[in-house]
Design a protein. Structure first.
Length: 244
């Protein structure tokens, strides 16, 4: 395995990136892998997903997104518009390395992957969505972001979130994004993997997305958690089976 670690400058914020290439994968297919809200690229479920790609001879480009991990930016200032802008920059970089790209993400990263695939439907051959947090968008409009209530008509300047505040801008951006539009604009194959015991992102999010996509498969892992603590190898096996 060849490993490269670098920082990509983007709009004054450094994006911490790791590129992992199985033997003989230089110039071959490459998967962009995105972690979730409060997460980072070294989480075990992110590494397990990367391993599934590697076993299929596919390289991975994983990154700490703005305000997370070793990348620049502050958590309280990040929002989905910023993340999508970074995903577009990472995609541009990846296209300089490979002409065959995949996109994968977990939770908020899965939501970012879903939205990015709709924004650039010809960029990614396949998409892998692990418990995609579509409830962030719905909750932002209804006034309940992952169990944190607020008035959606009078957005607060900050919303406390796991000892770190989310900004009012984060909530406003989430209100504007349209998951249905993104799904309808992506016609290539999609795999969704979700634990039925996920108490952060309801299984209904993946069920709804799978029913709406033109070409989607849904793997449900019985009683599993948001981060696949019970069936991590089954999650990775589902990804591996989905890949060519």
């Amino acid at each position: 395995m060849e490993h490269r670690e670098l920082t990509l400058p983007h709009r004054g914020v450094g994006i911490h990136v790791k590129l992992d290439l199985p033997e003989g994968a230089e110039g071959g297919p490459l998967a962009l892998v995105i972690h979730g809200l409060t997460g980072h690229m070294e989480e075990r479920h992110i590494l397990a997903a990367c391993g599934a790609f590697h076993r299929r001879g596919i390289g991975t480009l994983r990154a700490d997104m703005c305000g997370h991990g070793a990348s620049g930016g502050d958590f309280s200032e990040h929002n989905l518009f910023v993340w999508l802008d970074q995903v577009m920059a990472l995609t541009d970089y990846a296209q300089g390395l490979s002409k065959r790209l995949y996109i994968a993400g977990h939770s908020q990263g899965g939501l970012a992957a879903l939205l990015s695939a709709g924004m650039r439907p010809d960029a990614y051959e396949k998409a892998v969505l692990l418990a995609p947090a579509l409830n962030i968008l719905d909750g932002a409009r209804k006034g309940d972001l992952l169990g944190r209530p607020f008035d959606p008509q009078r957005i607060p300047n900050q919303l406390p979130f796991d000892h770190r505040p989310l900004s009012g801008t984060y909530l406003r951006c989430a209100q504007l994004l349209d998951g249905a539009w993104a799904i309808d604009h992506y016609s290539r194959p999609v795999l969704l993997v979700h634990g039925s015991g996920d108490d952060t992102v309801p299984l209904a999010c993946s069920e709804w997305a799978a029913a709406r996509y033109q070409h989607a498969a849904l793997t449900v892992l019985p009683d599993d958690t948001h981060c696949f603590d019970l069936h991590l190898t089954d999650m990775a096996a589902a990804i591996e089976a989905f890949l060519p």
